[in-house]
Design a protein around this ligand. Structure first.
Ligand code: NAI
Length: 514
């Protein structure tokens, strides 16, 4: 009998370790022989800790399970799939999961994250095996053909980035994974690292072989201790089995991988600040050009990609570019792991092909707000993403469609606010966030954000509203066009969207667009 209890931090935060202990104690007491696998999370957070049991029909789920439920679950013979009020039926049949298109997250929640055998039994390393038989140009061409775009938020074609690094001449090149997932309401990178770390390791190895880099770094935010532990364990296991290190699988290729921990700075998720931090310096943004692809880590050509971008590569290599490209709409191909957060009934991870509407995500998957009130605004793409009003909920999730309404999909974080939200306060928060997190290198971001907080404060206090709104728009214009990176450059998105879509919160008559 095999029982699955997730080791993902969401489940841990909700008592998964206590549940595991209680199951073990109860099994011993009843003389039942069972094996507990600490799997990843399926991403249905309101059901965590979600316990699964292998049955002849497939895995059956129970949740949310607390340690107090365990005795009664045993009484109900859950270890043979018996029914109980916490029964959720066959896991794969739960509508929230069934309606998804899980490509990158196909294994997440199914396998033991740090078991190489489990990974290999679920299509793991099929991509690397294929890549080892290809030329560097061939691998890069496959990524280009898949139309994969950077999932960190900027949506730059991954294949073009790799091609630039492949073409750069240097004795040493690097692959860096940006795992400084700092956007509010996002957790897809974390889930990959905690729940399927070999997939990221495999993607980075393929990247190294493709561009001729022998060394890779994963820069993980310090707030993700479980991700760091899982990655280190998986790296060790992969190395012992010959999937990492010198002479990978007898191919003569070398790729070494190290995990580095950040120190809690949001701007260190900006790629050049991240590189500075990796080099042991203060995380201050570098001017671009030169691009990291030409002069990156320690001045060498560097592939720097987000976790999801790299984690998607093994599947593309294993199944072929055409398979991946077949999903999606327009120039947004494949799938995006969306993260439903904030005031939402069914928060969690939803991987869907591009083209799904915000309304489908919020209502069909999310079930509306957790407290049943009306949704007033949704912030998409992190703290620097735009706030969308209900009239824009039918926008398809597509990079270009979002850009057309002055919004950004970013890293796929969706944070929901109900009808009690004060949008002027949200605008103030965006400016304050920028003021706190700015690296200070450029003036529009460093000074503009502080002046922005002051302007919003005056608007809220109803002092010189028309002039202050004019000033706020002026500051936004300056920050948008004059900042060195996306920190200052994107702060205007939440501010302007709040002003434009919710003028009544800024003193309606005066807030209209000039
Ligand atoms: P960017 O558009 O400047 O660059 C995108 C990427 O393409 C970079 O890696 C850049 O080096 C590379 N690139 C550009 N031209 C290239 C060329 N010709 N050859 C090779 N590589 C090339 O955008 P940036 O500043 O890197 O990212 C901004 C985005 O970050 C925002 O759109 C936002 O959504 C996202 N973001 C994500 C966060 C997260 O937690 N995941 C947090 C904050 C922002």
């Amino acid at each position: 009998i095999t029982i699955y209890v997730p080791r993902d931090s969401t489940a841990l935060a909700l008592g998964a370790d206590d549940v595991t202990k209680a199951i073990m104690v109860e099994a011993v007491r009843r003389g039942v022989d069972l094996r507990i696998v600490r799997n990843g999370s399926r991403g249905m957070f309101w059901l965590e800790p979600m316990v699964e049991v292998d049955t002849p029909d497939g895995r059956t789920a129970y949740g949310p399970v607390s340690k107090e439920d365990v005795t009664v679950l045993f009484d109900a013979d859950f270890i043979h799939g018996g029914t109980h009020s916490l029964s959720l039926g066959l896991t794969e049949e739960i509508a929230y999961l069934k309606k998804q298109e899980r490509l990158t997250f196909a294994r997440v929640g199914i396998t033991d994250p740090v078991s190489l055998d489990d990974y290999l039994a679920h299509e793991g390393y099929a991509g690397l095996q294929r890549a080892l038989g290809m030329t560097a140009d061939g691998i890069v061409q496959e990524v280009l053909d898949s139309a994969l775009r950077g999932r960190g938020g900027a949506a730059f074609p991954t294949g073009i980035k790799w091609k630039t690094v492949l073409g750069a001449q240097a004795a040493q090149k690097y692959v860096v994974c940006n795992a400084d997932e700092g956007d509010s309401g996002t957790f897809s990178d974390r889930m990959v690292m905690e729940d399927d770390p070999f997939m990221l390791i495999e993607g980075m190895t393929i990247a190294g072989i493709a561009v001729g880099a022998t060394h890779g770094y994963i820069y993980v935010r310090s707030e993700y201790p479980h991700a760091i532990a899982a990655l280190n364990e998986a790296i060790e296991n992969a190395g012992k089995a010959g999937y990492l290190g010198p002479n990978i699988l007898g191919s003569g290729k070398t790729f070494q991988l190290e995990v580095r921990k950040g120190a809690g700075s949001y701007v260190c998720g900006e790629e050049t600040a991240l590189l500075e931090s990796l080099e042991g310096k203060r995380g201050i943004v570098r001017a671009k050009p030169p691009l990291p692809a030409i002069e990156g880590l320690f001045g060498k050509p560097t592939v720097i990609n987000n976790v999801i971008s790299l984690a998607t590569v093994p599947l593309i290599m294993a199944r072929g570019a055409a398979f991946y490209k077949d999903y999606g709409m327009g120039r947004s191909r494949g799938t995006l792991p969306l993260q439903l957060a904030g005031n939402i009934k069914y928060g969690g991870l939803v991987e869907k092909a591009f083209g799904v509407s915000l309304r489908e995500l919020l209502i069909d998957f999310g079930g509306g707000t957790a407290n049943g009130r009306a949704i007033r605004a949704v912030q998409v793409g992190g703290p620097l993403g735009a706030y969308l009003p209900e009239s824009q909920f039918d926008t398809p999730l597509d990079y270009e469609a979002f850009a057309a309404i002055g919004a950004a999909l970013g890293h796929g974080g969706i944070v929901v606010f109900d009808d009690r939200v004060d949008m002027a306060k949200q605008a103030r928060y965006a400016m304050e966030f920028c003021a706190v997190e700015s690296c200070g290198k450029c003036t529009p971001c460093r000074i503009g954000s502080t002046r922005g907080v002051e302007a919003v404060d005056q608007i809220i206090a109803n002092q010189n509203r028309p002039q202050q709104i004019h000033l706020l728009r002026d500051l936004c214009d300056l920050m948008l066009h004059g900042s060195l990176c996306a920190m200052g450059g994107m702060t205007p998105f939440p501010v302007l969207s709040a002003l434009n879509h919710f003028p009544e919160d800024f003193g309606a008559d005066t807030a209209q667009k000039a």
